[in-house]
Design a protein around this ligand. Structure first.
Ligand code: ADP
Ligand code: ZN
Length: 598
């Protein structure tokens, strides 16, 4: 990412120079225009209309005429008049001939002058300026389109393949999942002999700066294969068909150097759901279609792994996610407190720190920071220490750096406040603890207050064996665990938040299905009330809708009361789990179960 940025900066510099040249030209143009129009203005005060001029010539009043080559403006001296007049002749050549024809040679002193140099140059630039500007603009656009450097369809870098898994902090599970890709790239024949199919496309989902590019490079580095990359936004072109042709070139290159990794950053820029077919939209479709064609066209002997990154997997066109394309998704979450400490350590290796620095403290202060932001903190700290003439980076420097980066993040409201953290901690603790006391609930795998997607935290359950049927008790208990989050907020903090909105939505849908689809309500009985047309329900009588509403509400109310009751009986556990979440951010299954021992 760093190298990419540098290159971008260089490109930007080039554009800056071009823009500066344009500006200078524009200034010269306007100056000459001002001089030019000033001249004209002065002359206008003494202007003699062409018809008057002709009259004066016929009546022999004109003593002298001064013409400038290349200009239709002339100066006229009338007999017995000291002031020179000016006039404009429609056609200089015809005018000269007219004088030679109609007037005796010596009667009018006709002089033809070369215009002065500055005026001529500025006049020339002025008339040529629009053309020059257009030509330059055209080239700038071409450059921006990338037509200028036709061969350069990818950005590979020597350093890219030097990255190893050890350079990627945290993300152990993700690395584990990707190790088979490394094995495949190293020895594809082994897999082919077995008839094993290895995913060709992997989607890395996560916020910017969480290390998606880094981990893709690490795969290439570990496998010792080239890494070629491109950003989705670079495929979006003004000229139709260019995006598609770039995709083609990218894969042409990939086939040539295979085995290799192809990395497509910001794939949502080309892979967004196909909606309409107008303008830019249809250009995207062409690009997307080309990508699909390329991925479908992989031969078994081509060892190309395509990794794509996005922050919005839900936006992607479903066609991209089909088998053989990006059929595996790996979520790269922002680091938890331990991950942050590790990232800080990795990025501190090339910097000098004072002895009393504990990265644990900084990790604690940087909840919600991504890897890129943490790297940024260390860089800022080094700058601050340098400015302050410190021997090494001191605690104060780091604290100041954290503040500086935090303020930058606050503008985009990505820092989690202590209040939000506390709320999330109780909310997630609520889900987890309530689940623990339910007969049918799945075991807890992990509880966390590290944000994921739109959620401030999450409670992960261990998935049980596949089940065909779900019992009424299970559904009722599911409602209880879903409402456990809200219940904990209410009981522990005596305030409730919007954080439970998704839980409530899911719970209500389950309750509705219980009543209208699965016939689980005693009062209504086993009747399917799921109809497209609301009037169809009325065959069960007018009151049926009221009844459905009452039943749904009854199910939810009961579950909410039960969730609160469970938590009230386990207040000390609730406080303890929430407190631990605030400290550690993520609690494993083992750690969680320890709260319930003895
Ligand atoms: P993304 O592709 O997700 O936007 P990058 O991979 O470009 O993020 O990360 C930007 C930089 O942040 C990396 O070059 C690296 O310096 C740092 N970084 C991010 N995540 C990690 C991590 N897990 N370990 C070490 N450094 C990281
Ligand atoms: Zn919840």
């Amino acid at each position: 990412m760093k190298e990419k940025e540098e290159e971008k900066n260089n490109k930007n510099k080039k554009y800056l120079i071009v823009i500066l040249i344009l500006l200078v030209l524009a200034i010269i143009g306007s100056i000459s225009y001002i001089i030019y129009s000033n001249n004209q203005k002065k002359e206008q005060e003494n202007v003699m209309p062409y018809s008057d001029l002709i009259k004066n010539i016929y009546s022999g009043n004109v003593e002298k005429i001064e013409m400038t080559v290349g200009s239709t403006a002339i100066k006229v001296k009338i007999k017995n008049d000291d002031k020179e007049k000016s006039s404009i002749v429609p056609n200089t050549q015809a005018f000269i001939e007219f004088i030679h024809e109609k007037v005796l040679e010596d009667e009018i002193d006709l002089q033809q002058k070369q215009s002065n140099v500055f005026f001529r140059i500025s006049n020339g630039i002025f008339t040529l300026l629009p053309t020059i500007l257009l030509v330059i603009l055209f080239f700038v656009i071409l450059k921006m389109q990338g037509l200028g450097d036709k061969g350069k369809v990818y950005e590979a870098n020597e350093n890219d393949t030097k990255v190893r898994f050890k350079d990627v902090a945290g993300l152990d599970e993700e690395k584990n999942e990707l190790i088979e890709i490394v094995d495949f790239l190293k020895d594809p024949k082994k897999f082919q002999k077995m008839g094993a199919k290895v995913p060709r496309g992997i989607l890395l989902c996560g916020k910017p700066g969480t290390g998606k590019t880094l981990i893709a490079k690490a795969i290439a580095g570990e496998a010792g294969v080239p890494f070629i990359s491109m950003s989705g936004s670079e495929f979006i072109e003004l000229f139709a068909g260019l995006g598609a042709s770039r995709v083609r070139k990218l894969f042409e290159k990939a086939r040539k150097i295979s085995p290799c990794i192809v990395f497509i950053d910001e794939i949502d820029a080309i892979g967004a759901r196909r909606t309409s077919s107008s303008g830019a939209e249809s250009e995207n479709n062409q690009t997307l279609n080309q990508l699909l064609v390329e991925m479908d066209g992989f031969e078994t002997n081509e060892t190309i792994i395509v990794l794509a990154a996005t922050n919005r997997p839900e936006m992607l066109d479903k066609a991209l996610l089909r088998p053989g394309r990006f059929d595996r998704q790996i979520t790269i979450a922002p680091p938890d407190i331990r991950g942050r400490e590790e990232i800080l350590k990795i990025h501190s290796s090339d910097k000098k720190f004072a002895d009393d620095i504990d990265f644990k403290d900084i990790a604690e202060d940087t909840a919600g920071f991504t890897g890129a932001e943490l790297a940024n903190v260390l860089n800022e700290a080094a700058i601050i220490a340098t400015i302050k003439n410190h021997e090494s980076i001191e605690k104060d420097d780091l604290e100041e750096a954290v503040k500086k980066v935090t303020i930058g993040l606050q503008k985009t409201s990505r820092v989690i406040s202590d209040k939000d953290k506390k709320l999330t901690a109780y909310h997630e603790a609520g889900h987890a603890i309530v689940s623990k006391f339910l007969q049918t609930s799945m075991d807890i795998k992990e509880v966390s207050i590290v944000p994921r997607g739109f959620a401030g935290g999450y409670t992960m359950y261990k998935t049980n064996e596949d089940k065909f049927y779900v019992s009424k008790t299970e559904m009722e208990e599911r409602l209880i665990s879903l409402l456990g989050g809200r219940a904990a907020e209410k009981i522990a903090l005596d305030d409730i938040s919007t954080g439970a909105s998704n839980d409530i939505e899911v719970a209500t849908q389950i309750a509705r299905d219980m009543v209208t689809v699965y016939g689980m309500s005693d009062n209504i009985g086993p009747v399917s009330l799921k109809t497209e047309n609301p009037y169809e329900i009325q065959i069960f009588g007018k009151d049926i809708e009221d009844e459905i509403g009452k039943e749904i509400k009854q199910l939810i109310d009961t579950a909410y009361v039960k969730a609160q009751a469970i938590l009230r009986q386990n207040m000390n556990i609730l406080h303890a789990v929430a407190q631990t979440l605030l400290e550690k951010e993520t609690i494993s299954e083992k750690e969680f179960n320890r709260f319930f021992e003895n």
